[in-house]
Design a protein around this ligand. Structure first.
Ligand code: AMP
Ligand code: MG
Length: 548
């Protein structure tokens, strides 16, 4: 056991301490003063006189001043009269007020629940519990490079520099000093050249009557007020070798100061806010381009969670194991599917492999995963079979709290959401999020999008969370299920702009192929019969909509 526990067997008081020397010492120090009292009672002393003075007296006898200041500690040695009043200092890592609802696997199959003890929640209630119990995002500074794609900014970003940093020509042509009347008619000497290249700032000032050849993006010579496009000019004379322009003719009227010029800072002004907190850096490129152009080399973003993905089940084998399947074997479909889905959304994934349907194997794999990942996603082992060990392992071995263990939804009824307290690398107590999804592949993938994604979004600062919801029209009759159903569908947009949904076919939970080519989950209300072709419903978009 890695958690402290205590109890009485016959007349012996049994206390188990954590394995780590530091933890063992701390816990022992916490309880050592109460041991004499506990031993007296364990040995059968009459507890009535022992407790006559109440908790206060017990505490002062034991030399404990204010044990209830530390609210993570509760008394947990065997005691019949003062339930809930701490006169011990045992550290509990489970919340003693939330009783485990799961069956105790050690009692054997015959003692398992025959009906789920977890209340059936609506999808909306499940989502609000996920929102409530997913920890808020942390922030960190990151260099501006492609690793911040999909990150959300945790601060407003201001431009470090003006863009452009100098007055630049918008066209290839001639920089001129426009007279007051705006008329540039005649033959003008070409007295200078300005190329888009660094180091030309000290150019000679241009004077009225002179022109300077200039390329797109090149700095204006000092004194120049406007640029005339090369298309609006004619070559008059060349240098003696015939290679260089000497004079050009223009016949321009109504030329204004600033024509064809990008003023310094006119695209982006130094110090202006270019991106705001909460904005996502997309892979489309606009945000990345802004950061690069404005000389921003580092930004503060929300840290995207690391997601641990675990398959469970004695029958599950690696998907790519060579050779034919032996009877009963099932290729691991969920792990690679969920890893792909999470990576596609830009999350870092930790592959936790396949765990056997045994408490010890599950507990160890989950503990390992909880240390290294922010969010754990497991599949399988959440139904009502005797080998469905996820819920008992979460509650009984990991000291986690199951916030829901059943949802009124098809597919995905046994979807389970829990938080588990763990110590991070710095020894701080943090809460990790754990989703145990159903084992059937279509259920696993649908519930990932429906329940896990909103949690990942919250943990990474994305808002609004979850898949975008759009109104669609049913392209044909859709059958209804008593439970609200997320029907896998292809949504296309017609020339009239209307979105139409067509089913991908058989919706059985085991058919992961029902998600092939699907870009949407149509939100079907629970009910009998069917929804007719042409009905308007909502759909959750998983990927882009194509024209039909
Ligand atoms: P369970 O929730 O463990 O009872 O699993 C329900 C169904 O899903 C069973 O038919 C399992 O064999 C199947 N299943 C569970 N995990 C996986 C997986 N990783 N890949 C493919 N099928 C699975
Ligand atoms: Mg199983």
């Amino acid at each position: 056991m890695s958690r402290p526990a205590a109890g009485v067997r016959h007349k012996s008081l049994i206390v188990t301490l954590p394995g780590s020397p530091k933890g063992a010492k701390e816990n022992l120090q916490a309880i050592v003063r109460t041991l004499p009292h506990a031993c007296l009672q364990a040995s059968g002393a009459n507890s009535r006189p022992l407790h006559a003075g109440g908790v206060k007296k017990l505490e002062s006898d034991a030399g404990i001043s204010s044990p209830r200041d530390q609210h993570t500690t509760t008394h947990s040695h065997h005691h019949h009269h003062h339930d809930g009043h701490g006169h011990g200092n045992l550290v509990r890592y489970t919340n003693p007020n939330t009783k485990a609802l799961s069956s105790d696997p050690s009692l054997g199959t015959a003692r398992r629940h025959r009906e789920s003890p977890y209340p059936m929640l609506s999808v909306a209630d499940a989502l609000s519990l996920i929102s409530e119990h997913t920890p808020s995002p942390e922030t960190y500074a990151r260099p501006v490079d492609e690793t911040i794609i999909n990150s959300v900014l945790a601060e407003d970003v201001t431009a470090q520099e003006d863009v452009p940093a100098f007055r630049a020509s918008i066209v290839d042509g001639y920089a001129v000093v426009v007279p007051k009347d705006g008329t540039m008619k005649g033959v003008f000497p070409v007295t200078a050249v300005s190329h888009a290249a660094p180091g030309q700032a000290q150019a000679q000032p241009l004077e009225e009557g002179q022109v300077a050849r200039i390329t797109t993006g090149a700095p204006l010579p000092p004194g120049a007020t406007s640029v005339i496009m090369v298309e609006d000019t004619m070559l008059r004379t060349t240098t003696d070798d015939g290679k260089e322009e000497k004079e050009v003719e223009m016949q321009a009227e109504g030329v204004k100061e600033g024509d064809n010029i990008r003023q310094q800072g006119s695209d982006i002004a130094r110090g202006s806010v270019i991106l705001t907190r909460g904005e996502r850096i997309s892979g489309v490129g606009g945000e990345m381009g802004l950061l690069a152009a404005a000389g921003v080399s580092e930004v503060r973003v929300y840290r995207r969670p690391v997601i641990g993905v675990l398959s469970t089940g004695d029958e599950i084998i690696e998907h790519n194991r060579p050779g034919p399947l032996r009877p009963g074997e099932v290729r691991d479909t969920n792990r690679i599917t969920l890893i792909s889905a999470a990576k596609e959304r830009g999350y870092e994934v930790l592959d936790l492999g396949i765990a056997k349907d045994r408490c010890a194997s599950l507990e160890e794999t989950l503990r390992n995963g909880l240390r290294r990942a922010d969010v754990l996603v497991t599949t399988g082992g959440v139904s009502m079979g005797e080998l469905d060990l996820l819920k008992p392992t979460i509650e009984r071995a990991l000291g986690g709290t199951i916030h829901f263990g059943r949802v009124a939804v098809k597919p995905g009824k046994p979807t389970t959401f829990a938080t588990v307290p763990v110590k991070d690398n710095d020894g701080r107590r943090v809460s990790r999020v754990l989703f145990s999804l159903p084992g059937n592949p279509a259920s696993a993938l649908v519930t990932f999008h429906l329940f896990v994604l909103p949690s990942l979004h919250k943990k990474s600062g994305v808002s609004p969370v979850g898949l975008p919801k759009v109104p669609v029209v049913l392209g044909h009759d859709f059958p209804m299920d008593p439970r609200p159903e997320y029907h896998r569908a292809v949504v296309t947009v017609g020339s009239d702009g209307v979105l139409t949904a067509s089913s991908t076919g058989g919706q059985r939970s085991s058919k992961v192929g029902s998600l092939r080519a699907a870009n949407a989950l149509v939100c079907m209300p629970g009910g009998k019969g069917k929804l007719d072709k042409g009905s308007k419903v909502d759909a959750l978009l998983m990927s882009a909509v194509m024209s039909g």
